[in-house]
Design a protein. Structure first.
Lengths: 311, 417
């Protein structure tokens, strides 16, 4: 039992930190443009595929550096030539643009790399056992993922809170006109933030690709969860995104580990009254839990846990 | 008023006579699906276009109602109850209404992004539960029912597709008429007001929340009718019908058709269904074309097809539409080059990436044989594509000018009279 709790906590924190790498960019882009970027998870997927393609040709480490940069450039281009154009048609058009983009990216990935998962492997330099606890081993690659995610988190925190660039970004989020009056190029700031957000999602894809499965459905599987994270945390709130990421990471990992159904808990006779629902295990409804949390939070506290704005 | 009556008479006549004009079996199937999708897209536009609510989970009501309809069909056939097929959509309407009330109470408390996110969450929730509850949703295979086993209606057993088409056409007409009538009621007008300026609606003394809730439940009701019609048409429902893919599809149809006009979703549903059925035979990359079409409409014509048509209506009435003919003729060439170039590019890339390993590099696009391994077709296609793009870019401002000048002379002519 202690074993399950320890490893589930570790995996949950890891998954949560990965979620935060993407959610941070998504929530910054939201506060900036007021638009939820449906294509954000697609950048994550593109990152994983770029990482795979580069690691196949050159090696994992060049991919680790280059793939996120490529994805970031792609994101900046999308903002400059797509979103900015659609902006004058209003928020709904912007949202729908990213919705269509996510669709097109998935189809393109389908076309280029095929529908089946690709063989994106953990690099040999990280393919060893990090430590052994209760006779269960923990791979070093997962520790590396955790370290990367924590490093990115620290980096973001320092940039946003302690540097001049962070100051301008924060000001541009709330008072774009004033920042422009002071002589800063606000559209370029937005483009950079969008690009950096996409690059972070790409980096998450590069490091998550070998551990999870690199397949065309990975964006569609993760995208809705990301929305849950930033809505539960409170739209536009970085601290909220952080807490919600960890929360959802832990909930999902623990739920998968619990293989108990209602019938097991209350005894077969009482549960038979619930019919099929009684025999559904907690692990089976694990994918549902984030959405239940979302609906509950939005009913009880529509601004999210840390948010102060509704739309 | 007379014009509206004439339009509905034309719609009824068109629905009645269509099977006599397009007699082939595949045309009949296509038209049946179109009828279903028209109801579904119009119900979606009650939210998006009329009330300004962007939902990402509208297929929930379509799919769940479809399942209830299938189960109702099985139940009626098994117990030999004398309710016949044309009344099944009422089951769908009831199921749609029920879930609309249930989920609407949760989701319509807020508008805007929060509403969209709740609808997305509810959609994922239902899709996830559909995979777990296998008795009701039938797992991977879905639930099948035999429509011919139900009690006959006026002697018809509804085995042949043509009889089913007329059931769908009847309900399609009824739903279109009802939904149109709804936009003309004070309630429909207040929905538009909620979309345009919710704050003022509150000042006038209405509850925006209650208006959104009512619109939502009615929309779910019509989506339920569409789901039941789909169940009748396919005699099969699987959990994908309630999933995110279907929700995306109805959004695509509504938006491409034009959310700002009542007829927009009708155009969109007919167009997208037609493309879907015909394109999937011609090309394997048809999903990509849909995605691109959607993005292009969002970027260049957010009013959809109906929006573009509406721009020409005053000119058509004034009889000055011919003034646009020269500039449209000039646009046709670069546009055709651009579209052809784009299609050949996608097809060539698709062939090289997906099929070249097994079938070799040579293929044919538009019956023109080409070798994907040699640079020549690529260069030609790229030249066609970028030539078209540049030409279109040069001519684009002229279209706007021509349109504006045609409008100008029209209003000027009116003033002198």
């Amino acid at each position: 039992m202690l074993e399950i709790i320890t490893f589930s906590t570790l995996n949950g924190v890891l998954y949560g930190m990965l979620l935060f790498m993407m959610a941070s960019g998504l929530t910054l882009i939201f506060s900036m443009m007021g638009v939820l970027n449906f294509a954000h998870a697609s950048f994550y997927m593109v990152g994983a595929y770029f990482g795979f393609e580069i690691s196949r040709r050159v090696g994992f480490w060049p991919g680790f550096v280059v793939a996120p940069l490529l994805v970031g450039a792609l994101g900046a281009l999308v903002e400059r030539y797509g979103l900015r154009r659609v902006h004058r048609f209003g928020h709904v058009a912007e949202l729908l643009f990213t919705f269509g983009l996510a669709f097109v990216i998935e189809e393109l990935v389908n076309m280029i790399w095929g529908k089946l998962p690709v063989d994106y492997r953990v690099p040999p330099s990280l393919d060893f056992v990090a430590f052994r606890l209760f006779d269960t081993t923990y791979p070093a690659y997962r520790m590396f993922m955790l370290a990367t995610a924590v490093a990115i988190f620290a980096f973001l925190l320092i940039v946003l809170k302690r540097t001049r660039v962070g100051l301008i970004i924060q000001a541009a989020l709330t008072h774009p006109n004033m920042v422009a009056m002071l002589g800063h190029d606000v559209p370029t700031v937005f483009m950079m933030v969008f690009g950096v957000g996409a690059a972070l999602a790409g980096l998450a894809g590069v490091i998550a690709g070998p551990a999870l499965v690199t397949q065309p459905a990975m964006a569609g599987l993760l995208g809705p969860i990301l929305f849950v994270v930033i809505v539960v945390g409170g739209l536009g709130s970085l601290a909220g995104a952080f807490v919600a990421s960890l929360l959802i990471g832990l909930i999902q990992t623990f739920a998968v580990a619990i293989n108990v159904s209602l019938a097991d808990m209350v005894g077969g006779d009482a549960a038979s009254r619930f019919g099929e629902l009684g025999h559904v295990t907690v692990a089976q409804i694990a994918p549902v839990l984030p959405y239940l949390l979302l609906v509950l939070v939005l009913i009880l506290r529509p601004t999210g846990l840390f948010g102060n704005r509704e739309t | 008023m007379l014009r509206i009556a004439a339009a509905f008479a034309a719609l009824a006549l068109g629905l009645m006579l269509a099977p006599l004009v397009f007699t082939s079996g595949s045309a009949l199937t296509t038209m049946s699906v179109m009828g279903v999708m028209i109801v579904f897209a119009l119900s979606y536009n009650m939210l998006l276009g009329q009330t300004g609510l962007l939902s990402f989970g509208h297929a929930v009501y379509y799919g769940l109602a479809g399942f209830f309809a299938v189960h109702a069909m099985k139940f009626l056939a098994l117990n030999k109850i004398g309710v016949s097929l044309p009344f099944i959509p009422l089951v769908g309407a009831a199921a749609g209404l029920f879930f609309g009330v249930l989920f609407g109470a949760v989701s319509t408390r807020r508008a805007g992004t929060v509403f969209s996110m709740i609808s997305l969450g509810l959609g994922e929730l239902v899709a996830a539960f559909a995979n777990v509850l296998r008795t009701f949703f039938g797992g991977e295979d879905g639930i099948a029912a035999n429509r011919a086993k139900l009690a006959p209606f006026l002697g018809y057993k509804f085995g042949p597709q043509i009889q089913v088409y007329y059931v769908i056409a009847f309900w399609c007409f009824v739903c279109v008429a009802l939904m149109y009538a709804l936009t003309r009621t004070p309630f429909g007008r207040m929905c538009n007001a909620v979309r345009d300026n919710p704050e003022r609606v509150e000042f006038v003394g209405y509850s925006t929340q209650r208006l959104r809730f009512t619109a939502f439940t009615l929309s779910a009701l019509f989506a339920g009718v569409a789901g039941a019609l789909a169940a009748i048409n396919f005699e099969l429902m699987n959990s994908q019908a309630a999933g995110a893919g279907m929700s995306g599809q109805v959004l695509l149809m509504t938006f491409v058709g034009g959310a700002g006009h009542f007829a927009g979703p009708i155009i969109g549903a007919a167009l997208i269904t037609l493309l879907q059925i015909s394109l999937s035979d011609v090309t394997k990359a048809w999903m990509l074309y849909f995605g691109l079409l959607f993005i292009l409409v969002v970027m260049f014509s957010p009013g959809g097809v109906a929006g573009v048509l509406a721009l020409h209506r005053p000119l058509l009435r004034g009889g000055r539409i011919f003034r646009l003919a020269p500039v449209y003729a000039a646009t046709a060439l670069p546009l055709a080059a651009l579209v052809t170039g784009g299609i050949v590019l996608i097809e060539l890339a698709h062939h090289m990436l997906v099929e070249a390993q097994s079938d070799g590099a040579s293929t044919s696009v538009f019956h023109v044989p080409m070798d994907g391994a040699s640079p020549l077709p690529w260069i030609c296609t790229l030249a066609l594509f970028f030539g078209g793009a540049l030409g279109l870019r040069a001519i684009w401002p002229k279209i706007g000018d021509a349109w504006a000048s045609a409008m100008m002379t029209q209003t000027a002519g009116k003033n002198t009279k």
